[in-house]
Design a protein around this ligand. Structure first.
Ligand SMILES: NC(=O)c1ccc[n+]([C@@H]2O[C@H](COP(=O)([O-])OP(=O)(O)OC[C@H]3O[C@@H](n4cnc5c(N)ncnc54)[C@H](OP(=O)(O)O)[C@@H]3O)[C@@H](O)[C@H]2O)c1
Length: 320
């Protein structure tokens, strides 16, 4: 778990002094990414490495955020300049029946990370969710709007936000929405929404999709770029960080097939017919108001993000 290049070089010389000189000159940060083998965590790790920061990519087997001892031992050993927490208990339906672990990870885990970051004088990026809102607003939510979660997951994430915002001054709380990326979402144990739809479409399935829930699908690669750019600043605070525009899950599904050139039957249904355990907000579109007010918004329209995802996917998939 040591940061690459830390301590001893191939001649046995201690390189710490050189490392700190380099940090000062090029503003290289020592970054601890938590949930580093997750869907978002892998892209976040790649974004910080591409920006030539030193990254400790921490998986669940290396740190347990719901244990204060584990957090203190691991982060205390690494002494990072920046902690990025992408870990969560975020299977939304499972959270309804397993509220204890949801709060242990999403709320108390965030608290332990904030306490540790404060002690270490490290910055903390904490990933949160659009599900802190109830969806009654019907126009994009601003950071200044009052949250009112409808389900256990949203409540546990909101409590986590409060612990971070009140626990350490050097925080970035970053709310994301409808995320999909090249890597597997570990909590769902399945490919992302786009891949799932493409696979079902390829099998010739007829697809029923809710047309009364509006979100902004956002590629994890864009979130990772935004997080890396934001974390390099001292503009601490609460941020909405999603692609531009919005759509229903039904419209998103139809657009996936349109852009992939596939002719698939997609039928609109109401969320009451979806048979899921947790109530979801009917409208959880976020406005990146704080990023825009500081001229830091890097996101493109969700349709452009999807086009790029499908192009990159076609370039990396083996040809039939
Ligand atoms: N998916 C969405 O549409 C969506 C929407 C809004 C917000 N978010 C937020 O986005 C973030 C990232 O989601 P994702 O899709 O990248 O999730 P993911 O693929 O499930 O990755 C989560 C990572 O966190 C690790 N982890 C889970 N519990 C942990 C714990 N107690 N201690 C340490 N590590 C732990 C997981 O390891 P194991 O798998 O080995 O346990 C995994 O590596 C989460 O904060 C989520 O709340 C997601």
């Amino acid at each position: 778990m040591l940061f690459p290049g830390r301590c001893i070089d191939s001649h046995g010389h201690c390189t710490i002094a050189e490392e700190f000189t380099r940090n000062e000159r090029a503003e290289v940060m020592k970054v601890a990414v938590i949930g580093a083998n997750g869907q978002l965590g892998q892209d976040v790790t790649a974004a910080f490495r591409a920006a030539e920061h030193e990254v400790a990519a921490l998986t669940h087997s290396e740190i347990e955020i719901s244990s204060p001892e584990s957090v203190q031992r691991v982060l205390g050993g690494l002494r990072p300049d920046l902690v990025v927490n992408t870990a969560a208990f975020h299977n939304v339906d499972k959270c309804e029946s397993e509220a204890d672990p949801a709060f242990r990870v999403n709320s108390l885990g965030a608290r332990y990370l904030a306490q540790s970051a404060r002690e270490l004088q490290a910055k903390l990026v904490h990933i949160s969710t659009d599900y802190v809102f109830d969806g009654r607003k019907r126009s994009p939510y601003l950071e200044s709007d009052s949250p009112h979660p409808l389900n256990v997951y949203g409540n546990s994430k909101l409590a986590g936000e409060f612990f971070v915002m009140n626990g350490t001054p050097r925080h970035f709380v970053v709310r994301v929405s409808g995320i999909y990326g090249r890597h597997l979402c570990r909590a769902k144990g399945s490919p992302n929404f786009v891949e799932t739809m493409l696979a079902r479409g390829a099998k010739g399935e007829m697809i029923r999709m809710v047309d009364d829930q509006f979100v902004t699908p956002t590629p994890t690669a864009e979130i990772a770029q935004q997080v890396a750019a934001l974390a390099a600043t001292e503009e601490y605070g609460l941020y909405h960080a999603t692609s531009e525009g919005s759509c229903s899950w039904y419209e998103f599904t139809r657009t996936i097939f349109e852009l992939a050139g596939m002719n698939v039957d997609v039928h609109p249904i109401k969320s009451g017919d979806s048979g899921r355990a947790a109530i979801r907000p009917a409208y959880s579109v976020l406005e990146n108001a704080a990023l825009k007010s500081k001229s830091m918004n890097l996101f493109r329209h969700w349709r452009v993000g999807l086009e790029n995802y499908l192009i990159e996917r076609a370039q990396t998939q083996p040809q039939a």
